[in-house]
Design a protein around this ligand. Structure first.
Ligand SMILES: Cc1ncc(COP(=O)(O)O)c(C=O)c1O
Length: 405
């Protein structure tokens, strides 16, 4: 049985007043808060082990290198990656997608090729492909939405042509919280021998992700959304792409040998990690994974599902509310609007009660255009949120709506 109080106590930031009210943090899809174990692992690194990694013969450097490579093993195990060399530490999800886009642009993507994305995509999984498309007369084909705001999976086969070279898709919509039927997309992709990039920014924090089972070509996520620090994330490459993807960022530390005429690059993950990496961030990332595993990612999913169901039920009872992407099977995110009121006004007034929500387009402007709205109010949960917080939020939301009338 999970001890919620003990879990909350591990998050020092939650124990404070905002505008004289207890902080209620419902902006976890933007970034989650960090447990003390993660915070201390970062400060401990600087207090006891700070040194640059790899190639150092002195003890501190060897200790830092060991911690860094152990972190790779911990994170790889969590995502069920057999060969941890397939796990590259990056600056985060956006960085990872750019590495793939720039690498594929060098040899996999030809002029006028096509890439399939979905209406749900975050700008981070649109712009790197759009940049390539603009320079290469490429075409981005978009999986449309059904009336219930789910993806129209039946349309995918029709979008595929002999020019299609990739499907790049989010695992969970950061705006709606809806979970993509990725198994269905994978089976379509395999039938057409198309590589898949899976954006796990919003799935990794909330649900089990088994990369061996999924067998996608590329998977990306950011540590800061899963209780880890900012500025660090991962790029998983299938074995085929680990050997094939060209380097797009270059520099020290990723080579076997260099002369002015030529460079022989290192094998494995190192090939994609030029320069001094975010060492403390990677250590913090692995401690965030340990925090998740101490609770269990399935426990987190089931718990957050209850929060979502409770909040949706309460919101449904309010006639002023319009909800988007309603479903009982969501990954911790709810988007809604209050009829005739701007989401910014709702968010600003809720802040007066210490409630942190996100308002706006959530970096999904094409989705907003499809839904014919400017933005939404988004509440998103983590393991430290409670039913009581939701009840307080609903009470204050009703007050805010009254105030605006
Ligand atoms: C679905 C999705 N993809 C990509 C990103 C980009 O993540 P980051 O800003 O950590 O690179 C986000 C961030 O909100 C996201 O929700």
């Amino acid at each position: 049985m999970m001890d919620l109080i003990k879990i909350r106590e591990q998050f020092p930031i939650l124990n404070q007043k905002i505008n004289n009210c207890d902080l209620i943090y419902f902006d976890n899809a933007a970034t989650s808060q960090k447990p003390i174990s993660v915070i201390e692992s970062i400060s401990d690194f600087y207090k006891k082990s700070n040194s640059n990694i790899h190639r150092g013969v002195h003890s501190l450097s060897r200790s830092a290198s060991e911690q860094f490579e152990l972190a790779r093993k911990t994170v790889a195990n969590h995502f069920n990656i057999d060969n941890e060399q397939q796990l590259i530490f990056t600056a985060g999800c956006t960085d990872s997608i750019n590495i793939v886009a720039q690498g594929l642009a060098k040899f996999h993507l030809q002029k006028e090729d096509e890439i399939i994305l979905s209406t749900y995509e975050h700008h981070s999984n649109i712009l790197p492909w759009q940049l390539w498309a603009k320079e290469n007369k490429g075409v981005l084909k978009i999986i449309p939405l059904l009336a219930n705001q789910n993806l129209d999976y039946d349309s995918i086969e029709k979008l595929i042509t002999h020019k299609t070279k990739l499907i790049a898709i989010t695992h969970v919509s950061n705006t709606l919280g809806l979970i993509t039927d990725i198994e269905r997309i994978i089976s379509i992709a395999k039938k057409h021998q198309l590589p898949i990039l899976l954006d796990g920014a919003q799935s990794a924090p909330h649900m089990p992700v088994d990369l061996k089972k999924l067998d996608v070509d590329f998977f990306v996520c950011s540590a800061h959304k899963l209780y880890g620090p900012t500025g660090v994330g991962l790029l998983y490459l299938s074995q085929k792409w680990l050997d094939k993807l060209p380097v797009s960022k270059s520099g020290g530390g990723i080579i076997k040998s260099v002369s002015f005429e030529n460079t022989e690059y290192a094998d494995g993950a190192l090939r994609f990690e030029p320069g001094t990496p975010n060492i403390s961030g990677v250590i913090g990332f692995s401690n965030a994974i340990k925090f998740i595993n101490n609770i269990g990612i399935t426990t987190i999913f089931e718990f957050e599902k209850k929060l979502v169901q409770h909040a949706q039920k309460k919101l449904r009872e309010m006639p002023e509310i319009i909800m988007y992407g309603e479903s009982d099977e969501k990954a911790g995110v709810i988007s809604f609007n209050v009829k005739n009121h701007h989401p910014f006004d709702i968010g600003t007034l809720l802040d007066n009660y210490g409630i942190a929500v996100r308002t706006g387009h959530h970096c999904t402007q094409p989705l907003m255009q499809d839904l014919k709205i400017q933005g939404t109010v988004r509440i998103s949960f983590a393991i430290y949120n409670t039913i009581e917080e939701i009840n307080y939020f609903i009470e204050k939301l009703k007050k805010v709506i009254k105030m605006l009338q």
